[in-house]
Design a binder for this molecule. Structure first.
Ligand code: GLU
Length: 426
């Protein structure tokens, strides 16, 4: 059979995130005994938009940036997924992230299909003004895709509520009226949801709690190491600390700190987001990001980028449980090793779904123009996460597979079912 362009690219790229996503899908398809032609449909993103666009910089020069927006399988609802600003954004990575969003929304049973977007840039090296120009122009370039009924962006690595506000404003200016439901993760003042900022971290905390419970332990007193101190890492640290866990290590792109007696999380949260915050902390040993992953602890939370636990270091991981707050932090090679070693991995498409669950709540509130209190949001989130955890754990047990495969079986099955029931047009 002739290969599609995507298949050719996938075979030539080393460490391709999309190749990993395909490997995971194929394994799930095997368990589900999925029809081959249906598998072919699910393997391919439905549409991919590449945009190259000029941005006026502060010094008067003009720079051309490249951005992407990918929709995976549209069967279960409008496309949903974050926008990433990072120097290493690629089409391959965006494809993988879009596919993971599809399974994630299906696992927690919210009516969306997966999408992802990104711009190749280093937001830390752009002024606020340049970041705003870049965002407004990127959104204009992908405006044929986005809309409250078609594709709803959200924050991801390198973007934040302010960027979401510019997205909402740009889209609204084009329409001529205000459309809050076009994007989620917005500031509360313009239709954001209570609880959205901490939602991914809250979900991660609930997952750690459930995983520990499964092993006859509690979060109270459990030791936790967190890689990443961005939105997700810092919220996870805060909520874990509040729940009585002992956060012993944390890191950012520059490196990390470790104190087996626990870190002063409230003090660290004070300077979160500022360069050098972690490194200036006194009462701990400086460690590298690689060392953090290999520390003795009960719960390891990779909350940065994909591909950090691989066949090379999986043998040295000492955590009892890994909760994947990032998308794709553990590679399939590492999965096999961790399985053999009895380390429980709560997979990304379940573990970090709290963000998109509250994004869904935000979208519903915007569409109804009726807003909920934080308590209600958090309660509904925790309920959805717990229910999904137990569904995944049960499915894993019934099929004698790990939690990742349990989650894939549920997610892929729901999308396959929707695709089949809708039929092929025309
Ligand atoms: N970027 C987040 C994720 O990977 C959130 C997506 C959303 O809220 O739509 O799940």
């Amino acid at each position: 059979m002739a290969q599609t362009t995507i298949e050719r690219e996938r075979h030539t790229e080393e460490r391709s995130a999309y190749a990993i996503a395909i490997r995971q899908l194929e394994a799930a398809a095997h368990y589900l005994n999925l029809d081959r032609s249906l598998l072919e449909v699910l393997k391919h993103p439905r549409r991919e938009l590449i945009v190259n666009f000029p941005v006026k910089m502060d010094d008067g020069s003009i720079r051309v940036f490249t951005g992407y927006r990918v929709h995976h399988n549209p069967a279960r609802g409008p496309a949903k997924g974050g926008i990433r600003y990072h120097p290493e954004v690629t089409l391959d990575e965006t494809r993988a992230l879009a596919m993971w969003m599809t399974w994630k929304c299906a696992v927690v049973n919210i009516p969306y299909s997966g999408a992802k977007g990104g711009v190749v840039c280093d937001p830390k090296r752009l002024s606020v003004h340049e970041l705003e120009n870049l965002t407004r122009r990127y959104i204009t370039e992908i405006s044929m895709l986005i809309g409250p009924e078609s594709d709803i962006p959200a924050p991801d690595v390198g973007t934040n509520p302010q960027v979401m506000a510019w997205i909402m404003d740009t889209y609204s200016m084009h329409k001529g009226y205000t459309v809050p439901a076009v994007v989620t993760g917005k500031p509360i003042a313009i239709g954001g949801s209570e609880g959205r900022l901490e939602a991914t971290g809250r979900g991660v905390m609930v997952m750690a709690h459930e995983a520990l419970r499964q092993l006859g332990r509690t979060l109270e007193g459990a030791t936790v190491a967190i890689q990443g101190f961005g939105n997700v890492g810092s919220a996870t640290a805060k909520l874990m600390h509040q729940a009585g866990a002992k956060v012993v290590a944390i890191s950012d792109v520059r490196g990390g700190i470790y104190n087996p007696n626990g870190l002063n999380i409230p003090a660290l949260l004070h300077c979160a987001g500022r360069d050098g915050c972690i490194q200036a902390y006194r009462d701990a040993e400086l460690i590298t990001n690689e060392e953090l992953l290999e520390l003795p602890c009960d719960v390891l939370v990779p909350a940065a980028l994909h591909g950090v636990i691989t066949g090379h270091n999986a043998e040295r991981i000492q955590a009892r449980i890994i909760v994947e707050a990032a998308n794709g932090p553990v590679t399939p090679d590492a999965d096999e090793i961790l399985d053999d070693r009895g380390i429980l991995v709560v997979p990304d498409i379940l573990a970090n779904a709290g963000g998109v669950v509250v994004s869904y709540f935000e979208w519903v509130q915007d569409l109804q123009a009726f807003f909920w209190e934080e308590e209600e949001v958090n309660l509904k989130l925790e309920k959805a996460m717990r229910r999904s955890y137990h569904h995944v754990a049960q499915t894993a047990e019934q099929n004698k597979v790990n939690m990742r495969m349990g989650a894939y079986i549920i997610g892929v099955n729901r999308v396959a079912e929707a695709t089949t029931i809708r039929g092929i047009y025309p």
